[in-house]
Design a binder for this molecule. Structure first.
Ligand SMILES: [Ca+2]
Ligand SMILES: [Ca+2]
Length: 107
């Protein structure tokens, strides 16, 4: 019984510590950004992602998403209703698969 209590105590103490550490890292922003994040957002390559860079990155991602959506619409929206329905979506998927296969065949 005593051991069980001790373990419970240690576990709760540890999770409390982890919580504090996480919160602190968030507050101070001293958690180093991942390499992928830096590649994506760190425009001036100073190893820090500023608010501006974050916003710019988000805007770029949104733009890219919308561009791709528009491209899909241009190419696959056969009934021109401005939306991709299930049949049209199936065609996109089929094309993607074909592309993947083509790449595989090349390599
Ligand atoms: Ca930067
Ligand atoms: Ca459509």
């Amino acid at each position: 019984m005593k051991t069980r209590f001790a373990i419970a105590f240690i576990v709760s103490a540890l999770s409390g510590l982890a919580f504090v550490t996480t919160v602190r890292a968030d507050q101070e922003g001293d958690k180093p950004p991942s390499k992928a994040m830096l590649e994506k957002y760190d425009a001036n390559h100073d190893g820090v992602i500023s608010e501006e860079e974050k916003e710019a990155g988000k805007a770029a991602a949104k733009e890219a998403r919308e561009a791709r959506r528009q491209e899909e619409l241009d190419k696959y929206d056969e009934n021109k209703d401005g939306k991709i329905n299930r049949d049209e979506r199936a065609k996109i998927k089929a094309d993607r698969e074909a592309e993947k296969d083509a790449k595989k065949a090349k390599s």
